[in-house]
Design a protein. Structure first.
Length: 171
């Protein structure tokens, strides 16, 4: 069973970073051997296909790391965030506007892998006190770099499960 966000938050930082490092390989293993039709098949009309999930994590990596870099550049920046009930419609719009279903899954994974490596390289330059630096999220309140690492590690597990379910035809 997938750990909750709270359970991931209790894991040592090194374990969460290791999760992030392992994710590209796990996603690659999950999609290996599936053709474009299978990767593009939505298990339900409102559920994402595996291809869309890979495109989403690629784009989300850039989005999250921009916030982490801002925290390192500016003391306690403020981030505009969506209300929880708006998040689903925003990411659905990403899929439609960016035409995820028309993209090449392997190419999206290559880009995700590169962005993740860059993220981990950036995080590796930080000292323990840097992970306590934070910014103010307009919905969630103060979030530290450590909180973002937790969120990404949990997000990775969540979407790995979603990829596997989509390829099994389950929402």
């Amino acid at each position: 069973m997938m750990p909750s966000l709270e359970e991931v938050a209790r894991q040592p930082l090194a374990r969460r970073l290791a999760r992030m490092a392992q994710t590209p390989d796990d996603y690659e293993a999950a999609i290996r051997g599936h053709d474009d039709a299978a990767l593009s098949r939505r298990p339900e009309a409102a559920a994402w296909a595996a291809k869309e999930v890979v495109c989403h994590v690629r784009d989300n990596e850039e989005f999250v790391m921009a916030r982490v870099r801002l925290i390192m550049a500016v003391d306690e920046p403020t981030f505009l965030g969506a209300q929880p009930d708006q998040v689903a419609s925003i990411v659905a719009r990403w899929a439609e506007d960016r035409q995820y279903l028309r993209q090449d899954t392997a190419a999206a994974l290559v880009t995700f892998r590169r962005r993740r490596r860059e993220s981990l390289d950036d995080l590796a330059t930080l000292g323990p006190r840097d992970f306590a630096r934070g910014g103010i999220h307009s919905v969630r309140g103060r979030m530290t770099i450590d909180d973002f690492v937790t969120q990404v590690a949990w997000h990775d597990d969540n979407h790995l499960d979603q990829i596997r379910r989509a390829l099994e035809g389950k929402a």
